[in-house]
Design a binder for this molecule. Structure first.
Ligand code: NDP
Length: 247
């Protein structure tokens, strides 16, 4: 028996980066893992082939797509228990620019995917989790939701919103034994941070107390802990996984 044996997990944005590492880790922990992709079907197929996770296309910013996704997971033949035990809200995008140059479309796209997506997904799994009288919702925030960052007013606002959503939802759902937490990464080596120049990266590494950026697996291990019985008394928390950067 591994620590998540028999559990059904749903991870948004599992086709790349941190989400793909979370899929890999939760499968290794024994869970049956469904994951979404949006615009990278080939990458999603590779993750599914390599991990055994089950890929489903869905845009987390669209209410009807989210409702269809959750129903598809509940009805899927691999979901023998007809449950959703773990939701990881990981899907996220950036559209960085200084505020004077930021368009309304840049603002809306980031808020819709990063924040409304978490609301829609969490709302959709609430019903099955409430009737199960158990569940774990783990939201991937960011340290910039706490510190702020020039050029990211949309992204930082979405990630700060996730922290407030996490605390509120945790309080609403605690009586049903549904635990809701947020993991706030610092700088992780993925496509999202690949645009940083080598010079910027070196300056960044000097400012991180642990002296390096992190690998996606180092976020996945914290998600795995929060999804497990070892975290049975942790709810409404935001755990920073940033090498000490924001402290
Ligand atoms: P990537 O850009 O590598 O991957 C983003 C993932 O989100 C992809 O799987 C993508 O799917 C999916 N996605 C994007 N838009 C949608 C959508 N509308 N509906 C469904 N899925 C969507 O990002 P990271 O792995 O770096 O980031 C993952 C999470 O971690 C994000 O929430 C990010 O904000 C957060 N984070 C990342 C940090 C970092 O340093 N990398 C730091 C702090 C937080 P597809 O490719 O199929 O479109």
């Amino acid at each position: 028996m591994t620590k998540l044996s028999g559990k059904i997990a749903l991870v948004t944005g599992g086709s790349r980066g941190i989400g793909a590492a979370i899929v890999q880790r939760l499968v290794a922990d024994g869970a049956t893992v469904f994951f979404t992709f949006h615009s990278s079907p080939d990458k999603a197929r590779t993750v599914a082939d390599e991990t055994g996770g089950i890929a489903i296309q869905a845009d987390v910013a669209q209410a009807h797509a989210v409702a269809q996704l959750v129903q598809a997971v509940l009805d899927h033949p691999a979901n023998t228990t007809k449950r959703i035990d773990i939701l990881v809200n990981n899907a996220g995008i950036t559209k960085d620019t200084l505020v004077l140059r930021m368009s309304e479309a840049d603002w809306d796209a980031v808020i819709d995917t990063n924040l409304k997506g978490v609301f829609l997904m969490s709302k959709a799994v609430c019903k099955p989790m409430m009737s199960q009288r158990s569940g774990r919702i783990i939201n991937i925030g960011s340290i910039v939701g706490i510190t702020g960052n020039a050029g990211q007013v949309n992204y930082a606002a979405s990630k700060a919103g996730i922290i407030g959503l996490t605390k509120s939802l945790a309080k609403e759902l605690a009586s049903r034994n549904i635990l809701v937490n947020c993991v706030a990464p610092g700088y992780i080596d993925t496509d999202m941070t690949a645009k940083i120049s080598e010079e910027q990266k070196q300056a960044l590494q000097r400012s991180i107390p642990l002296g390096r950026t992190a690998q996606p697996s180092e976020i996945a291990s914290v998600v795995s802990f929060l999804a497990s019985d070892d975290a049975s008394y942790i709810t409404a928390q935001t755990i920073l996984v940033d090498g000490g950067l924001a402290s």
